[in-house]
Design a protein around this ligand. Structure first.
Ligand code: FPP
Length: 244
C-alpha cells in the first residue's frame, strides 16, 4: 500500500465481479454460496476504496442478461442485494458513502427496489465516495435509452443535432455527472466487457486478474492499482506530446 502514489490514484474504478459460480463449483458448493462469499469481497473492496480516497466505485452487481439465470439463483441474488443494502446502510453513513444505482431499476422486485430507493435517499448528502451499483444493467440498453431521449428532446426543439457532442451525449447516460472510469478491473481471468459501460470506458485502463471474485481482497485491489500506476495514459496523443 505504501508503494501507491496518492496523487495518481484513479478517480473512478469500475469492477466486473466475476467467478462466484466457479469459486463455489471448485468447492462442490451451490453457486449461491459463491455469491454469498462475493458479498464479503464487496464489503472489503468498498472499505479499501473509501480508505484510499477513490471518488467513485462502480460495481457490476447484476446484468440484464442475468435475469435468464435459474429462478432460484436470481431470487438468491435479489435477496443478497436487499440484505447487503440493509446491513451496510449504517456503514455507508458512518463512512460518508453515497449510494447510487444505474440500470433498468423497474425490473427489480418491488421490495428490493424500495430498499434500494431508501438507501439512495438516506445517503444522498454523503460526499466521501460514490458507490455506484449497476443492477439490471446493460450497456447497449443504456445507449439506446440515451438515443431515444435525445430524439425526444430534439423533436421538442430542446436539442439541435449540431449540439450533440460527446459531452452532451454523456449527460443522457446513467453515469451523468460521474467521471469516466480510469480503471476497469475484471476478476476470474476473462477478457470480456460483458456489455458493461460501453461508452464510458473508451479510454479506461483494463486490468484482468485470475483471482475469482469471492477471493478478491485488499491486496488484490492494491495490486491492480499498482499496475494502473505503471501505465502511461495517452488518450490518443503521442508520448512526446504528453511529456511536453
Ligand atoms: C458473477 O459470478 C457475479 C455476479 C452475477 C454478480 C456479483 C454478485 C455478487 C457479488 C453478490 C450479490 C450482489 C450484491 C451487490 C450484494 P458468476 O456467477 O457469473 O460466476 P461464474 O462466471 O464463475 O459462473
Amino acid at each position: 500500500m505504501e508503494r501507491l502514489i496518492k496523487e495518481r490514484l484513479p478517480r473512478h474504478v469500475a469492477v466486473i465481479m466475476d467467478g462466484n459460480g466457479r469459486w463455489a463449483e471448485k468447492r462442490s458448493l451451490s453457486r449461491i454460496e459463491g455469491h454469498k462469499q462475493g458479498v464479503k469481497a464487496i464489503r472489503d473492496t468498498v472499505e479499501t476504496a473509501r480508505r484510499l480516497g477513490i471518488n467513485v466505485l462502480t460495481l457490476y452487481a447484476f446484468s440484464r442478461e442475468n435475469w435468464k439465470r435459474p429462478k432460484r439463483e436470481v431470487t438468491a441474488l435479489m435477496r443478497l442485494l436487499k440484505e447487503y443494502l440493509k446491513r451496510e446502510l449504517q456503514e455507508m453513513l458512518d463512512n460518508d458513502i453515497r449510494l447510487v444505482a444505474m440500470g433498468n431499476l423497474e425490473d427489480l422486485p418491488p421490495d428490493v427496489r424500495k430498499t434500494l430507493r431508501e438507501t439512495i435517499h438516506k445517503t444522498r448528502s454523503r460526499n466521501g465516495m460514490i458507490l455506484n451499483l449497476a443492477v439490471s444493467y446493460s450497456g447497449r440498453a443504456e445507449l439506446l435509452r440515451a438515443v431515444k431521449r435525445i430524439c425526444q428532446d430534439n423533436s421538442k426543439g430542446k436539442l439541435r443535432a449540431q449540439e450533440i457532442t460527446s459531452e452532451v451525449f454523456s449527460r443522457y447516460l446513467f453515469t451523468n455527472g460521474l467521471p469516466d472510469p480510469d480503471l476497469l478491473i475484471r476478476t476470474s481471468g476473462e477478457f470480456r466487457l460483458s456489455n458493461f459501460l460501453l461508452w464510458q470506458i473508451a479510454y479506461t485502463e483494463i486490468y484482468v486478474t485470475d483471482v475469482l471474485w469471492p477471493d478478491f481482497r485488499k491486496k488484490d485491489f492494491i495490486k491492480a492499482l499498482l499496475d494502473y500506476q505503471k501505465r502511461e495514459r495517452r488518450f490518443g496523443l503521442t508520448r512526446r506530446q504528453l511529456t511536453g
